[in-house]
Design a protein around this ligand. Structure first.
Ligand code: NAD
Length: 468
């Protein structure tokens, strides 16, 4: 459903009135208008900097240059030497930051690895503080760092926590311009996998991802090229007849996947329509059927990608919740995912390098009254992907989760007006996300763009104020 308030505040009168009344002025987000380009950052101005003992300058410069970015360095910046050295080695041209207020970079990327103290954080401040006001609308700030290398290293652990606090706070400051701040922790050996993650966070494919932390590790599979990342891949999406699932199916197909959409038998008509729009195939099958795994295996063959999107809510306060509603939600949202994956893992139902994406929810992170059943399943998914990550890594693949916040779907359109309005505005971008925002994150996890990312849950919630 359309966000009428957002549309109103885009008009001159609406802008003036909402300003006078101190109401939010949600920015119009710039979303990707098509498939991944080989160089999604072509001609984008990206200003880069590093902390004094930073280790990621080479990977950062190589990834950004390959994505087509125009790279700028600040002449007065203390971390300029490693950047020049990296650029020289790679044959990449760096431009000096133009002086004056008119230069509005589209992204600011800072390599904060090596910061291990409160004093060290000053370099991050020195780089961003004078520049953040000049960031273009719908701009991006990306901070890179290392995760702590040992649980005993107090300096590293303190700095890592400080950087995530910084990221979340700055993201709340600049969200009103449609801009986002995110933090990427690069494990040792994960440098070669940084390129795809940078493309996601710095492009319009991540328009509704704000204030998040993602880890990139070692692992095979970094792609040589980035266009059509799912060409030749077979992907199954559950709950694909409508809403977020239909958008996921469409976006995977956009990137070249052959898609099988699955939904309950009573949704066969809607499923057929959705699949014929995207050139996919329908499978009328309830995820909670005891033989769902066997049927997927026999009717689809080995999969490259499975997206466990089907989910239901049956809200009641625990004191009023009948056992059948508890059982139903637990089984559809969590039990069936575990059963289907188990079956596919046992019966060679996954191709080597297969990727699994599960849909969690902000409700599983923040908790909601009336959603003990739903919250348990969506939080269970977060633990499940974390626990299963090593098994998928062994097969050269990965399992991750996406946790949507407030997304404009039939489910949220059915909410009472005031609840819906509050739900929409309570995030850094002051608006609900669209199904495509979830689909973009799922597509990232479904493809080799997310090489080295495993066992993680990414919130796609515009940095919801609830459950931070
Ligand atoms: P939706 O109700 O619009 O669509 C869900 C789809 O799943 C439907 O097509 C439905 O028929 C299908 N489905 C339900 N039970 C099934 C079963 N047993 N077997 C096969 N298919 C089944 O919901 P949505 O808003 O598109 O949500 C999709 C996912 O995103 C769900 O897992 C939901 O929990 C999650 N989510 C949504 C939001 C939001 O704001 N809409 C927020 C957080 C998480």
């Amino acid at each position: 459903m359309s966000d009428r308030f957002l549309e109103f505040t885009q008009t001159a009168f609406g802008k003036q009135l909402s300003g006078l009344l101190g109401l939010p002025q949600p920015p119009r987000l710039r979303r990707a208008d098509g498939a991944y380009a080989e160089q999604p950052l072509a001609r984008r101005s990206v200003l880069i900097g590093t902390a004094p003992h930073a280790e990621l300058a080479g990977a950062m410069v190589a990834s950004l240059a390959a994505a087509g970015a125009e790279l700028f360095i600040a002449p007065d910046h203390t971390g300029i030497a490693p950047l020049k050295e990296a650029a020289h080695g790679l044959g990449v041209a760096l431009k000096g930051e133009p002086s004056g207020e008119s230069f509005a970079p589209e992204a600011l990327v800072f390599d904060a690895s090596g910061i291990e103290s409160a004093e060290g954080l000053r370099t991050l401040f020195d780089f961003l503080q004078p520049r953040v006001a000049r960031l273009a609308r719908n701009g991006r700030v990306l901070v890179l760092t290392r995760p702590p290398s040992s649980l005993d290293d107090i300096g590293q652990r303190t700095a890592a926590a400080a950087l995530s606090g910084f990221t979340r706070s700055l993201s709340k400051e600049i969200g009103r311009k449609g801009s986002t701040v995110n933090l990427v922790q690069v494990r040792r050996g994960g440098e070669d996998n940084l390129a795809g993650t940078l493309r996601f966070f710095l492009s319009e494919h991540s328009a509704f991802v704000a204030g998040q932390v993602l880890q990139v590790g070692a692992g095979e599979g970094a792609p040589a090229t980035f266009g059509s990342p799912l060409a030749g891949k077979l992907a199954l999406v559950t709950g694909a007849a409508r809403g977020i699932g239909a958008s996921i199916a469409q976006t995977l197909a956009r990137e070249g996947a052959q898609v099988i959409g699955m939904d309950r038998p009573q949704e066969e008509g809607a499923l057929g329509e959705t699949m014929s729009r995207i050139g996919g195939r329908g499978l009328a099958l309830d995820v909670s059927a005891k033989d769902a795994g066997e049927r997927i295996r026999s009717e689809c063959g080995p999969l490259d990608v499975i997206v466990h999107n089907a989910g239901v809510t049956r809200d009641k306060m625990l004191r009023n919740m009948p056992p059948h509603l508890w059982d139903m939600v637990l089984d559809i949202n969590l039990g069936s995912i575990v059963r289907i994956n188990d079956k596919l893992m046992q019966d060679d139902g996954f191709k080597p390098g297969a990727r699994v994406v599960c849909i969690s929810s902000i409700g599983g992170i923040a908790g909601n009254p009336g959603q003990t059943n739903y919250g348990a399943t969506k939080a269970g998914i977060i633990g499940y992907v974390d626990a299963l990550a090593p098994a998928f890594a062994q097969r050269g693949g990965a399992i991750n989760a996406v946790a949507p916040g407030f997304i404009e779907t039939q489910m949220t359109a059915a909410m009472p007006l005031m609840t819906r309005e509050v739900g929409r505005r309570l995030n850094s971008l002051s608006q609900g996300g669209l199904p495509i925002d979830i689909a973009e994150a799922v597509t990232f996890f479904s493809s080799a763009h997310s090489a080295g990312v495993n066992g993680q849950t990414l919130r796609v919630c515009g940095q919801s104020f609830i459950g931070a």
